[in-house]
Design a protein around this ligand. Structure first.
Ligand code: SF4
Length: 235
């Protein structure tokens, strides 16, 4: 597949047109959506459920999520009448981590934080993607310095060379919220409390006016480190 050509062709196309192409090219059974049920993810779910409700949606239940995240998952589940597939971390690895390093080791160093993300997110993601040819994400270029080079379609070398589809790569935050409001898409109530980006409860906080939208994620780290290993920048 010539991804450069596809990126050129679909750079200015709508997210709907790009996802229609993806469904036709890969087939609905070979695409999955990775959802943490943040604003971008609920937009993608709404678009995809209208295009083809058989597309599978999974989430990484790290064991450290906010109650509001479970609430929006339930509202999405009811509205679209879909099953959400939860992937949990390996029990023995979590037990060993907490036994050896306690419950907040991710605050002690970047290595410890990456270790926790590797156990709670990266390994379950690898399991979730098995058997699929492409996964859909809500990455946008203006979310973070680590995401400025995101393309609509990429080869995900970290996940067996399957394709990563980022239909919202060129969307702004305003585009996302205009879509949510227009289409009455259920969203995580933490967004109303000043959380632009929502991950695990102990690693996410609200941001103040004027702060970067990723400022509330791992706020004790520098911006260039703020990825959990699910979306590493292209080399
Ligand atoms: S975001 Fe925090 S709690 Fe969640 S997996 Fe990463 S380090 Fe662990």
């Amino acid at each position: 597949m010539d991804i450069q050509k596809i990126n050129t062709e679909y750079e200015k196309a709508s997210a709907v047109a790009f996802l229609q192409w993806a469904l036709k090219n890969f087939g609905a059974s070979k695409i999955t959506v990775a959802s943490s049920f943040g604003a971008e993810d609920v937009v993608l779910i709404d678009i995809l459920m209208k295009l083809d409700p058989s597309v599978r949606i999974f989430t990484l239940d790290t064991g450290r999520l906010n109650e509001e995240t479970y609430q929006v998952m339930d509202r999405i589940r009811s509205k679209y009448k879909i099953n959400i597939e939860s992937y949990f971390p390996d029990r023995q690895k979590v037990e060993a981590l907490e036994k050896q390093k306690g419950f907040f080791s991710f605050r002690d160093s970047i290595d410890n934080r990456k270790e926790c993300c590797a156990i709670r997110k990266v390994e379950p993601l690898q399991r979730a993607l098995k058997g699929f040819e492409a996964w859909v994400t809500g990455l946008r270029r203006d979310q973070a310095v680590t995401r400025s080079g995101v393309s609509k379609i990429e080869v995900d070398a970290a996940n067996g060379g399957i394709f990563k589809l980022n239909p919202l790569a060129d969307w702004s935050n305003d585009d996302v919220w205009a879509y949510i409001r227009k289409n009455e898409v259920p969203y995580n109530k933490l967004h109303d409390a000043g959380y632009p980006s929502i991950g695990c409860e102990p690693c996410t906080r609200a941001v103040k006016a004027g702060e970067d939208i990723r400022a509330g994620r791992w706020w004790w780290e520098n911006p260039e480190h703020k990825e959990c290993g699910l979306h590493l920048p292209k080399k």
